[in-house]
Each structure stands twice: as C-alpha cells, then as structure tokens.
Design a protein around this ligand. Structure first.
Ligand code: ADP
Ligand code: MG
Length: 226
C-alpha cells in the first residue's frame, strides 16, 4: 500500500467553532492505481490532498506515505519525505514565467539538492512522456493551457515519486483536452507504478479511474471499482 489514510479528521477554525473539512476519511491507494475523487466545490477535496501531501496535519487519524507513518515527523522530515516520495500537482500550475519547459522540470532537482545539469536528460525524457518533446524550449506564455498542465504533471514526476497527488487537473480545460490529460495520468500511473489520487468536480472523467469515490461535506464514500 503506497498511500493510506486511516480515519482522518481535519477541522479548521470557523468563527467561534470549527469547520469539519474531513470527517473520518479512510483511503488506500496501491501502486499503479489511479483513484479519482469527485465532489462539489467546498467538499474537502483539496484538504484531502493537503493531508495526504503532509502539508496539513490532521486533528485525528493516520497518514501513511510510501510505507512511512507521518505521525510525529517534524517539518524538516516531512519536507524530506515530500521530496523523496511525493509528486504534487497543484491546481494552479505556478510555472515560472522566465523559464523554459525543460528548466521548469530541472528546478525540482535543484530544490532537492541534485545536479541540475545532469537532470536535463531526465527532464527531456519526461517532457517526451507527456507529449511535449518538441516544446522543451518554450516558455509558459508560448504554451497552451493543456500544455502547461502537462508540464505541471511532468514536473511532479521529476523525483520519481511513489505517490502522485493531482488537484483538479482538468478544470481549466475543455472536455476533450481534459480527457486527454486524464488519459495521460492513467498511462503515467501504469508506467511508473505510482499511487495516484486525482480530485475533480467533473464526473465525466470518472470512468477512466481504477477506483472512484465521492466527497460530500468532508465524507468520502466509495463509488466503486469502475
Ligand atoms: P474543495 O477543494 O473540495 O473545494 P476544500 O478542501 O478547499 O474543498 O475546502 C473544504 C472546506 O474547508 C470549505 O468549506 C473551505 O471553505 C474550508 N477551508 C479550506 N481551507 C481552509 C482554511 N485554510 N481555513 C479555513 N477553512 C478552510
Ligand atoms: Mg479544491
């Protein structure tokens, strides 16, 4: 089991009380599996990814990433765990405007203290894997929304993570380009044996996932193996 959440509850301060963003959520995602979580805006999808990414500590419950229980890890150890084992695709691509596509990927190696020049080969290989081999020298403003999203995904794979977390990858794309991005996630999940969690408010992409869940008011329910 590559990603596991056991009975995770997360609350946020809300006026005089607390808002329950995740209500005893349990989830396990084996290697090579794409789990899709669908739910309306405000249902807790991004909170789920933040907890799985060890960016937010839950009030209760257990988060196990790549076989490591994250309870009690300090900030530095969590950061090291993220760099070594997690790929995170945030909803906003946050590409650096002045860098080319290949450099966007090499930055990840720089951040984890690796040799940037040697990372170029891997970056080019990943750009090829997401269908952008011929766009390596383009800067973000010279790319379409779908192409930027592919770079966002390729960047998250630079450190060869076991777990890939993807927040609303299709929200800025039309249906056809959105479907192509989901197909790409399925292919990468298989090829790289990642435990992938994709959250979305768009039910139309669910049929491509191995496991599907709904999120409602912080409660996660199994929809099924497709
Ligand atoms: P989704 O991604 O499904 O839109 P979120 O996980 O972003 O849902 O939010 C779930 C609930 O938690 C919402 O009611 C949202 O307003 C609230 N929330 C999210 N982040 C915070 C925060 N940092 N502080 C307080 N409330 C938050
Ligand atoms: Mg969200």
């Amino acid at each position: 089991m590559t990603l596991r959440l056991d009975d995770v509850t997360l609350t946020y301060p809300d006026g005089d009380g607390r808002l329950t963003a995740l209500d005893r959520v349990s989830l396990d995602v084996p290697a090579g599996t794409l789990a899709a979580v669908v739910g309306p805006s405000g249902s807790g999808k991004s909170s789920l990814l933040a907890v799985a990414a060890t960016l937010t500590t839950p009030d209760e419950g257990r988060v196990v990433v790549a076989g490591r229980d994250t309870a009690g890890l300090d900030r530095a150890r969590k950061a090291a765990l993220r760099r070594a084992h997690l790929g995170i695709v945030f909803q906003q691509p946050n590409l650096l405007p002045s860098l080319t596509a290949v450099e966007q990927l090499q930055v990840m190696t720089h951040l984890s203290g690796g040799a940037v020049r040697e990372a170029r080969g891997r970056a080019l290989e990943l750009l090829d894997a997401v269908g952008l081999a011929d766009r390596a020298s383009r800067r973000p403003h010279q790319l379409s929304g779908g192409q930027r999203q592919r770079i966002n995904i390729a960047r998250a794979l630079m450190n060869d993570p076991e777990v890939l977390l993807v927040d609303e990858p299709t929200s800025a794309l039309d249906h056809e380009r959105g479907a192509a991005v989901v197909d790409l996630l399925v292919t990468l999940t298989r090829q790289r044996s990642t435990a992938t969690v994709m959250v979305t408010h768009d039910r139309s992409h669910l049929d491509r996932a191995d496991r599907t869940f709904t999120m409602d008011d912080g409660r996660l329910t199994v929809l099924g193996p497709a």
